[in-house]
Design a protein around this ligand. Sequence first.
Ligand code: ADP
Length: 608
Amino acid sequence: MKGYLTFIKFTFKYKYYAVMNIVCNVLSSIFGLFSIALVIPLLDVLFSTAQNNTTKHVRTNFDFNHIVAWGKENVWYYKEFYGAETVLLFICGFVVIMIALKNVFRYLALFYMVPLRNFIVSDYRIAAYNRILVLPLSYFSKEKKGDLLSRMTSDLHQIEVAIMSSLEAFTKEPITIIISLVMLIWVNPILTLIVFSALPVSALFAALIGRLLKKQSARSQSKLGDIVALIEETLMGVRVIKAFNAQDFLLKRFLVQNKLFTDLNIKANRTSDGSSPISETISIAVFATILWIGGKMVLSNEYGMTASVFIGYLTVFSQLMSPAKAFSSAYNSMNKGLASIDRVNEIIDSQEVITEKPNAHSILKFQETIEFKNVSFKYDEEHVIKHLNLTIKKGQTVALVGPSGSGKSTLTDLIPRFYDPTEGQILIDGVDIRDYKILELRGLMGIVTQESILFNDTIANNISFAKQNISKTQIEEAAKIANAHSFIIENENGYETNIGDRGNKLSGGQKQRLSIARAVNTNPDILILDEATSALDTASERLVQEALNNIMLNRTTIIVAHRLSTIINADLIVVLEKGRIVQQGTHNDLIQQNGTYKQLIQMQQIPE
Ligand code: ADP
């Protein structure tokens, strides 16, 4: 139901196109049906041998009977004057003009429909993408990447093909159906009752199929999400797959998922295919009944049913069949698409958990301290940070060390509010960070992670990134500080070189130095380095470390360190274990104690 509501909201924005589409469709239906319906009495007169019993009048009323009577009079008149053949030719010409007009309006209706369709899907796409940009990190660890990708692509496509292409049917077909029914009632009300009696049966049947289709489509779209996830994983891991000869292993996983998806699709296709033969059988049963009862009326000459009226009736009835069919297939498509609308709406409506208070404080400069006060945090059930207290002073270099999984990265994620603590507070300059404006808070920080996140764009754009209005000189300055300038200018196009998807045309160390240049560019007060050198070989590590030393000057730095050799000179070393601080002090302090730090140092064979 909610799916319908958001859909109507999106459609309402483009009501002009919707209204124009409806108006053109009404006109198109009227021209189409009138051309056929008016031909009936005319033919009747034309082939009749009876004497002319009407005279030509000027009429001002435009109801059906008047129009028909007017038509009849003219045909009588012209038949006598010009002969039957000419009048027949005239009638045929009349039908062609009417049908041409019908199609002009049909094209106009589609003309207005196209922007409506595309704008609505485009709005859905924008809304979903916008949401993805602001959603908290916790959302992405819960939702599978592949599933999100499939919602953003396949489900949106489904909305376009299933809903948008059938949307029009909901205005156009009922108009044609109603106009046809009115005509049928006008020609013969009794016979028309029979048509009506079949309606509830068809409607019930359509509703059942519709419900089933929606359920099946939701399942199949979600399975497609699994497949996209698998493909994404495979593309990311091509190198490892080849190295470990894991093709068979992955193929097996893929075959399982693919079979489930195919089976679901087969089921859904069979359901929707079933709808057409059943509805056709119902309609042919109705048609046969009409033939039988109507035929009897003609034979016994009852209810004013002549042969030509009956032919006319059947012609209009046959005109009713195709919109009825189109309507029911549109209804099926709509149900399939609604499953996709629900899936896209789940992204659009997902809750923002990291929120800004209405009268949040401004923070443009970091002045004194970052304090963790009794901070605890959990992703799921278990706390991964437990009652942690820590003070970091401006200008200090603080290193977080400890075994893998001890909570180092999580701790750094709490400072820019990627996650909020479940207990306790983090204060910057004495104010809870939840009281600051989020963008300004994050603006204080520069982050370099182990995996350098680069975008398929030029080197210059990857460095300037969010700050698009900075000069070339500033970009070069940043690159020089990050030890990246020399390798950049070696490229033929220098700063304008495109670095490929995720920067895969660069080495690990080069990527990392670009990430550092990007961080330099924002000139952050607080620098967060999360194992920034751990994935590099010794030579690149030296270059990257030099770059880091350059940018750490005069800044407050929090380093998550894997290689302890890089943090020996830190002002404060904090040793974490299972989410708690077990030791803190300088290298010299800690080495005196017989604790975890000393063991780590010994493991890495660093001279004390
Ligand atoms: P470290 O950086 O010290 O290696 P992390 O902060 O990455 O440790 O992880 C601390 C704990 O939190 C680990 O037990 C890890 O499994 C868990 N964890 C990390 N990220 C997530 C996440 N997105 N969802 C659930 N658990 C997580």
